[in-house]
Design a protein around this ligand. Structure first.
Ligand code: HEM
Length: 421
């Protein structure tokens, strides 16, 4: 609950508020070049590390020992990891936004984040299940392991980047070409395979889908990995083609768009849950297609920006809002979600905001039509409202709903009552 609560605070204040402020500035001046790149990078870091990273660490500490059938991890390791990760992400944001002592704070923040991840990886991998028969890894675990290696590489390149800035640069901002490669590694090497892995674990049950095509999923991961490697060495055109191909293969493997063979499990959440999960995968395809289009037509950063937000807001955030509200109440002492109506409201607003943002960012930044500049602030406010409603719903669940509201025992981290329809 500590990891999730700090993740939500990072998402709302340093992440989304700063993102909205940046977008209002860009729309007012009708140019992305008009605002500080340090502020853009502070926003991206708060969202990806402060929010998504905190969630992944917290959920990992809670569920990995249970899934592996081992005893709980040492609490001291989880708290130490939480302190280092939170302080690291907060220092990075402050150094970028206020430019105060950034030559010291940037490397310190990067080292704290790396150390926190290593503590996490060591403590969750150390605990061996008593029954060695459970040791055989299921396909989804391999995908999550590949995403964890992606996260490790992102953290290592962040350390290198921060030391480079501290010794060589004049501002606390990664150079544009470096930042683009780093973002490709972060988005496609870490965030995307994480969602594929957890989808492979949970979606066939939650949505009642046909069984996973595991070899197609492995193929998707390999194609995507090749794409990440090419993007990092600067071969953006083939990399973008591979990202789109990998996403298509993952969708075929998970069978997300095929008709369900069992009833979807929507008890405890809003009945629109399966729709939003499917739509998130639609956004993944949009992100891949826009990435490919950007290589050919982008001359303003607008198509790249639209592709990035189709991925981070449309795919990642919609998945976290959908699945988070499905599992987090159960993880936090077997609670029930505070409000299913708020769940729908938040998801609907984020979807509306993302649709306006992705379409109008291309139209406005590329100079196709001037009216689109005036839609962008509306899109930002819709996304802000949707994400804030989500945070209120989770915090309301933690604070206002009694624990053990679900009486059934946990099965791989899910109460049977919520797990069954
Ligand atoms: C209210 C919602 C959001 C708004 C208004 C917003 C706004 C922005 C803006 C204006 C930029 C600058 C580039 C561009 O013009 O496209 C940007 C970049 C970025 N955003 Fe967002 N954003 C939001 C949500 C998110 C979320 C949820 C994530 C991640 C989970 C995210 C991750 C990023 C990243 C990684 C960058 C690139 C930063 C860099 O250049 O290093 N954003 N965002």
């Amino acid at each position: 609950m500590a990891f999730v609560t700090t993740g939500l605070l990072f998402m709302v204040f340093p992440g989304t508020f700063l993102g909205v402020w940046n977008l209002l500035q860009i729309s007012g001046k009708e140019s992305v070049a008009s605002i500080s790149p340090a502020w853009l990078q502070a926003h991206g870091h708060a969202q990806v590390f402060g929010w998504v990273g905190s969630f992944i660490l917290g959920i990992g500490f809670y569920s990995i020992p249970k899934l592996r059938g081992s005893k709980n991890i040492g609490m001291w390791a989880a708290w130490l990891c939480w302190v280092m990760w939170t302080v690291g992400a907060a220092l990075r944001w402050s150094a970028n936004v206020y430019s105060w002592e950034w030559r010291i704070l940037l490397p310190v923040s990067a080292l704290l984040e790396l150390a926190a991840f290593l503590i996490f990886a060591r403590s969750v991998s150390q605990h061996r299940p008593e029954d060695s028969g459970k040791e055989k890894m299921e396909p989804w675990v391999w995908v999550v392991v590949s995403a964890s290696i992606g996260l490790l590489l992102v953290l290592l390149s962040n350390v290198v980047g921060c030391f480079y800035l501290a010794f060589r640069a004049t501002t606390p901002t990664l150079p544009h070409a470096w930042d683009q490669r780093y973002l490709a590694l972060m988005a496609w090497g870490f965030l995307v395979p994480f969602v594929w892995g957890f989808s492979a674990k949970w979606m066939s049950v939650f949505l009642g889908l046909k069984p996973l095509r595991q070899w197609v999923l492995f193929g998707a991961v390999l194609v995507n990995l090749l794409g990440v490697t090419l993007a990092v060495v600067g071969a953006i055109l083939p990399a973008s083609g591979l990202f789109l191909l990998g996403a298509t293969l993952a969708i075929a493997a998970l069978r997300i768009f095929e008709p369900s063979v069992k009833e979807a499990k929507t008890r405890g959440v809003h009945s629109s849950f399966p729709f939003f999960v499917r739509m998130a995968y639609g956004w993944l395809l949009v992100a891949g297609a826009l990435g490919l289009a950007a290589v050919r037509w982008d001359n303003s950063g607008g198509i790249w920006g639209a592709s990035r937000h189709a991925l981070t807001v449309g795919f990642i955030s919609v998945m976290i809002l959908s699945v988070g509200q499905r599992i987090l109440p159960a993880f936090a002492g077997m609670r029930l979600l505070w409000s299913t109506k708020l769940m729908f409201g938040g998801l609907a607003l984020v979807t509306l905001g993302c649709t306006l943002r992705v379409s109008c960012e291309v139209i406005a930044y590329q100079g196709y039509a001037n009216w689109a500049w005036s839609v962008l602030p509306v899109s930002a406010l819709c996304e802000l409202a949707g994400l804030t409603i989500y945070a209120i719903n989770i915090l309301g669940t933690f604070m206002l709903v009694p624990s053990h509201a679900c009486k059934q025992p946990l099965v791989v981290g899910l109460p049977v009552e919520i797990g069954s329809n």
